[in-house]
Ligand binder design. Structure first.
Ligand SMILES: CCCCC/C=C/CC(=O)SCCNC(=O)CCNC(=O)[C@H](O)C(C)(C)COP(=O)(O)OP(=O)(O)OC[C@H]1O[C@@H](n2cnc3c(N)ncnc32)[C@H](O)[C@@H]1OP(=O)(O)O
Length: 331
């Protein structure tokens, strides 16, 4: 891989991970090992997958499960022990899953959390229960090593930008089935879905993490664009106020709130019906609805990731990280 000389290569497309990784490596020679790891992951997985049908199992990775059935590609968080915190590997797995879903035969793409079955001794011998969290957001270990030193900021910030870009550009209807609390980047992303269905046990919040207001402004842009500046959103973004599912609905972040007891049945019945609608009409409608805001979202995303890259090394942030990791601080 070339690491010197001018970069005359054309800018790769948002889903063109191979070329993006190569360009990263040219600019970040000091970080080549890290980039190479991500690049090799991309090429090995991409080459083993290609196009696939909506009724086939599409992708296996430990913490992100992907499956397709009934015209729906489901991307499922499966890291309950860490409250579905999103590691660098998971960012990558999700981007790959979105890339595949954008060209597979499915009609709708859905993000959700793996349901865990627990034994209960009350009315039913088995009761379904959701994983605790939809997602606790960015894995706070992504940018700090075991010695407590900040690491890989440029790469993480770039990866984050590419990750959010994938959501902004995703061409098919994208739905979030949120059956537990969502934090940080997982909340920001909600603004980029076409529909967000939440159970009444869900809540949304940003953390004590000082970067929340950076990434939050994407969400803020979305929430406030038709309604003027919304003070409730500012309370969440600036002061870390936790919103209930119904408050998030009132903010326009959630499409509909369902009782937990009927959530799964109602939502999946509805989604299966939607998946029978004409796919091309939905794609064209989505393109028309999103066309005018897309460029603005890309611009804000780029600005925010640049801000994160600059702010991450400051003491306020590093202290917050160390406090969380030494169990002195939580949400
Ligand atoms: C380049 C960088 C880009 C930065 C981009 C920024 C994006 C915005 C964000 O998303 S920042 C992250 C925001 N999220 C948080 O701040 C949540 C932090 N977590 C908590 O506050 C709590 O864990 C909790 C309230 C979500 C749950 O508390 P609870 O007491 O129920 O559970 P534990 O704290 O014991 O958690 C269980 C294990 O999970 C690990 N964990 C939870 N969240 C994260 C996380 N975001 N990152 C890493 N690890 C997380 C926790 O450490 C426990 O692990 P352990 O059992 O091994 O100790």
């Amino acid at each position: 891989m070339a690491t010197e000389g001018p970069c005359n290569m054309p800018k790769p497309g948002v889903f063109d991970f191979g070329n993006k990784a190569k360009q990263d490596a040219r600019k970040e020679t000091a970080r080549q090992n890290h980039v190479a790891r991500l690049s090799s992951l991309s090429s090995s997985k991409a080459s083993s997958q290609g196009k696939h049908g909506a009724d086939e199992k599409a992708q296996e990775s430990k913490n992100i499960l992907v499956s397709s059935e009934d015209g729906i590609t489901k991307i499922t968080f499966n890291r309950p022990a860490k409250k579905n915190a999103i590691s660098l590997q998971m960012y990558f797995d999700i981007m790959l899953a979105l890339k595949n879903a954008s060209t597979d035969n499915s009609v709708i793409t859905v993000f959700t959390v793996l349901l865990r079955r627990i034994s209960v001794m009350c009315h039913h011998p088995w009761s379904r229960r959701t994983g605790d969290y939809y997602s606790s957001g960015n894995d706070l270990k992504n940018s700090i090593n075991d010695a407590g030193e900040i690491q890989d900021i440029a790469i993480s910030a770039k990866r984050l930008r590419e990750f959010v870009d994938c959501f902004i550009d995703f061409p098919k209807p994208l739905v979030a089935v949120v059956n537990g609390p969502a934090v940080g980047i997982a909340v920001t992303l909600l603004g980029l879905f076409d529909a967000v269905y939440a159970s009444d046990r869900c809540n949304v919040s940003y953390s004590i993490h000082p970067s929340r207001s950076d990434l939050g402004s994407l969400l803020f842009l979305y929430v406030s664009k038709d309604n003027g500046l919304r003070q409730e959103a500012a309370e969440m973004l600036l002061f870390g106020k936790k919103l209930t599912a119904r408050e998030a609905w009132a903010q326009g972040l959630v499409t509909e709130v369902f009782p937990e007891s009927t959530f799964e049945t109602e939502v999946w019945t509805r989604l299966k019906t939607y998946a029978k609608l004409p796919p091309n009409a939905m794609r064209v409608s989505k393109e028309l609805i999103r066309k005018h805001e897309k460029q603005k979202l890309h611009t804000v995303n780029a600005e925010e990731c640049a801000a994160i890259r600059e702010r991450l090394p400051i003491e306020e942030y590093t202290n917050a990280l160390r406090n969380f990791l030494s169990r002195k601080a939580k949400l």
